[in-house]
Design a protein around this ligand. Structure first.
Ligand SMILES: [Zn+2]
Length: 383
């Protein structure tokens, strides 16, 4: 089974409640709801009793990248959570549309957006969905390949070490790298599924792709409402999994790897505070982000900041550099260098083969036919 098959095969499901353990389920649901409101309304959670008993322990004596690698080699980590942002996809060539001067940002000028982020503003989208779909065409998954950073996470999974992979990215490169769907939390959604904004009818990726690349505004076949990819816009909630899974994921998690994120976008950034008392936190990023301010550096109960290279650091390690360089250094230190290289090579060959097969298929299907004015093959819409 290829990486792409895996990515296409399993559709993320909503958590289902079973009849047994209903009481337990109710508790979990209540806890999830409580956390949901705490995070979306920005209530402080730091004063509950569970936090008081959680004094962070120093697991690694030498809190440098070398110290962490040595500890990993000698003692290992058993349960790893990764959380990633745009930085792990930049080497794939995915442009940063927020940066003035980038080609993408300039392309959007003709739409006269009030500000670049208006493109992900639900109210704006309702009035004028065209700029979003123009951007979607530029960024559409399929034109980019996963990076060594994505494949490093896949390697963690192959080794049975990956508990969960939380991503802010909407590029679906995590799935394309063969990280199983159930291991991924796409915190800001993705192009994977699409829904009609009026009647909620679901459409799959192939249907949406056909619409976008035909420069059509995707309209619901049932009610003519606009169909939008399940990307979390401003004013929309994050997926249920983002709120329901961290408790279980961080229980016994002994290493949190944070890569390529500014740690500024909430509630995503607040994931770092779930790390338990024995959890080491490794940041791989170009800029030193997420660090304690001067004041909070003296607050031992400050769970929202990292302390690498600062006083009172007991568990944080920082690697300042490109994500790919960071994971390659880590792989080398762990003796996984060849394994990572081989995995990348094998997977990229598969993707190239699939891309050329898809291209042939596309060429066949775009040949003129009797019903060429129909938008998309009906077989591709999901049931
Ligand atoms: Zn509809």
């Amino acid at each position: 089974m290829s990486a792409k098959d895996k990515a296409d095969g399993a559709v993320p499901k909503k958590e289902e409640s079973t009849s047994e353990n209903e009481e337990e389920e109710d508790k979990t649901t209540m806890e999830t709801i409580r956390r949901f409101f705490a995070q979306t309304l920005n209530f402080s959670e730091s004063n509950n009793e569970t936090d008081a008993s959680r004094t962070v322990e120093q697991v690694i004596p030498d809190l440098t990248f070398e110290g962490l690698s040595a500890h990993w080699r000698e003692h290992g980590f058993k349960k790893i959570v990764t959380m990633v942002g745009a930085g792990i996809s930049t080497s794939a060539g995915i442009p940063d549309f927020r940066s003035p001067g980038s080609g993408l940002y300039d392309n959007l000028k003709k739409y006269k957006l009030p500000h670049p982020t208006a493109i992900f503003d639900l109210d704006y989208f309702m009035k004028n969905p065209k700029p979003f779909f123009a951007l979607a065409k530029e960024l559409y998954p399929g034109s980019f390949e996963p990076t060594p950073s994505h494949y490093f996470v896949r390697l963690l999974h192959e080794k049975g070490l990956l508990q969960r992979h939380y991503t802010q990215n909407i590029d679906t490169l995590d799935q394309l790298a063969g990280i199983p769907t159930e291991k991924i939390v796409e915190a800001h959604g993705s192009f994977y599924l699409n829904h009609c904004l009026k009647c909620r009818k679901e459409y799959d990726m192939a249907w949406m792709k056909a619409q976008i690349f035909a420069d059509k505004l995707p309209k619901c076949e049932k009610c003519k409402g606009v169909v939008k990819p399940d990307i979390v816009f401003f004013g929309e909630n994050l997926p249920y999994r983002f709120y329901s899974l961290p408790d279980e994921d961080f229980k016994d998690c002994d290493l949190l790897i944070i890569m390529g994120t500014s740690l500024e976008v909430q509630p995503f950034a607040s994931l770092i505070r779930h790390a338990g008392p024995k959890c080491v936190r490794l940041l791989i990023n170009r800029e030193p982000v997420g660090r304690a301010s001067y004041v909070s550096a003296f607050d031992k109960n400050d769970k929202d900041s990292m302390r690498y290279g600062k006083p009172h650091n007991i568990r944080d390690v920082g690697y300042l550099g490109d994500c790919d360089a960071g994971v390659e250094a880590l792989a080398k230190a762990l003796g996984w260098e060849d394994e990572l290289k081989q995995l990348i090579q094998k997977e990229r060959e598969l993707l190239t083969q699939e891309a050329s097969a898809d291209k042939k298929k596309d060429e066949k299907s775009t040949k003129p036919s009797d019903d060429s004015d129909k938008a998309a093959p009906s077989s591709s819409s999901s049931s």
